[in-house]
Design a protein around this ligand. Sequence first.
Ligand code: THU
Length: 161
Amino acid sequence: MTKKIKIETELEIFESVSDLPESIQELMNKAHAARNSAYAPYSSFHVGAAIKLANGEVVTGNNQENAAFPSGLCAERVAAFYAGSQYPGVAFHAIALTAGSLKQTTITPIPPCGACRQSLAEYEVNQKKPIPIYFMGEMGKVVKVDSVKDLLPLVFDSSYL
Ligand code: THU
């Protein structure tokens, strides 16, 4: 018997940063600050990430590009790998992301790329607790997902190895 299964993703959409809970507004403000220091001379697309950790620390990152293009790294992975290296085993409470281009004003909420979703999933699977992710452009609406799995259903994890 053939079966079809539907996978649903729920997005919560906030009209602006000011509608977010205060602690997430603060986190998003740190992501904006991080975006402003991105090194993105090739794409002019600047991304900032801020991760609130279970120990109260906030770790930020931004995209770091390279003349050999694939050698660069996205903001989300810069932040996540820094958190993982400095605070091993400390859970991620929430992630805030903002992206904007120097070429135009970005009001569309920009979600993390596929590779970053996979990298973030590793931390979520290990900590056994979903990580809410808030993402936006430079301004405007903010989208919240409750878990990395909402962005990456059928995640590949170590249970398959
Ligand atoms: N970028 C990120 O930092 N995060 C994403 O999730 C998508 C893309 C960066 C990589 C590159 O420096 C620039 O944005 C354009 O792709």
